[in-house]
Each structure stands twice: as structure tokens, then as C-alpha cells.
Design a protein around this ligand. Sequence first.
Ligand SMILES: C[S@@+](CC[C@H](N)C(=O)[O-])C[C@H]1O[C@@H](n2cnc3c(N)ncnc32)[C@H](O)[C@@H]1O
Length: 234
Amino acid sequence: MSAGSRTLEDLRSLLTSCQGADSQQRVKFYDSWAETYEQDHSMMDYRAPHQAVHFLFENFSGHPDEVQVLDVACGSGLVANLMVELGFQHFLGVDGSRGMLDQAAKTGLYKELKLALLGTEPLPAQPGVFDVVMIVGALRDGFVPFSVVRELCLAAAPGGYVCMSRNGLESESGNQYKVSLEAELQLMEEEGLWSHVATKETDRYMIDMYSNCDHVQKDKYLHGTMYLYRKFLL
Ligand SMILES: C[S@@+](CC[C@H](N)C(=O)[O-])C[C@H]1O[C@@H](n2cnc3c(N)ncnc32)[C@H](O)[C@@H]1O
């Protein structure tokens, strides 16, 4: 089925088909979704990249054009596309899906794009170099394990920002992931690795494709949370 003829119901079936997948199966799913990812996400009113980039920018001090950005789970490049509008210019992207990286390459925005299944393979980024590390839409059960936040912090330069955005899909494993993630974020602060800058909730992350109703309700949205941390100047 071509993306143009897809409905929200079709997308719901597609998403339901990969519920419970592990991260290896997940990135294969994204390989097959890559070509229509942006069009389909626009239909689902996926606002997370826009919200995360503005959340970062509200709290950011520095010259965007001088900043090295690491875009983790970069997908097709939506985050970099929005950051460019705010003056950011230097991007390295990482994703576990070759198909998504091929789409990101077409933007022409990334200096480098690297393939890695995070949680299984180490984050392929030089430590202590990146002024901004972004991860949007991938800190979820079956995607990127919460423990990878330590690698995000390691990649950040002293004084660099780590901006994380995730949806608040309610499920037993989703709730457990959130508890574990937030405990890890706090533990890292107690260990003196970084300091908390801000947390912001959004009630319009994207249309809720997972509700128990018979049909997708276009006015029902998933909740999301954005976290911003700043690595200590050591
Ligand atoms: C919802 S998309 C988000 C993409 C992009 N950040 C955006 O907001 O449009 C999730 C991305 O995470 C990637 N991903 C999921 N699990 C991963 C893993 N364990 N390692 C690397 N990438 C992963 C997928 O391939 C996909 O590109």
C-alpha cells in the first residue's frame, strides 16, 4: 500500500503488528517503514521532534553554529531538520536502522551517519565531544534501553546538554521503563555526572494510536516527557 493511500487505521494495524518486538526486530521494522516514515508521522501529528528542539532551545546558551550535535536514534533526520532552522549546523547521526539512515543521508545535513543497535553495541561517538546530544522517540521498552543514557552523558562535552524526549504510553512495561529511566537519571546526578536543567510534560506528543477504542480518535493524544541535563564542567 502506498503511503498516500494509508489511513490512520492502517497505521494503527502497522504499529500493533510490532508491539512486543525486541530492539533487533524493531529496527528491521523501521527499515521497512523508512520510505514513508515522515509522511506517516505527519498523519499521526507526531509533534515530539518540534517540541524537543524548542525545549532545548529555550534552555540553551551558546552559539548554535559552533555547536557539535549528536542525534541519537536520528531516524530520517526530523530533529536535525528542525535544528538547522535555529542555526545549528554540525550533526552526527546514529541509528540502528540502515533504511532510516539512508533517509537521513538524503537530507544532506549530517557530517557522518553511523549504524549501531544501541544497548547491544556501544554508542559510536567520541566521548566528551558533543555540545548537544538529542534522543527523541526512542527511549522506550523494545527500543533503546534506559541504561544507554550513561553513554549519552559520556559523549557530551563538559558543559554539554543532553536532551531526551519520550512518549508516556501507559503499559506495565512502559511504566517500568519510566521508573527505571528516572531512577538512572537521578542516580547519575547524585554521582556528579550531570545536573538537571528542566523537565517538561507535553499532552500532545502524537495522536494516540494505541488506545483501546475501536477506531483511532484524532483528538486523543499521547502524553510525553522531555528531560534536559547538563554535564558537569569537570
Ligand atoms: C520513532 S523513531 C524516532 C526517529 C527520530 N528521532 C524522530 O524523532 O523522528 C525511533 C528510531 O529509533 C531507532 N531505534 C530503535 N531502537 C534502536 C536501538 N536499540 N538502537 C538504535 N536505534 C534504535 C529506530 O530505528 C528509529 O529510527
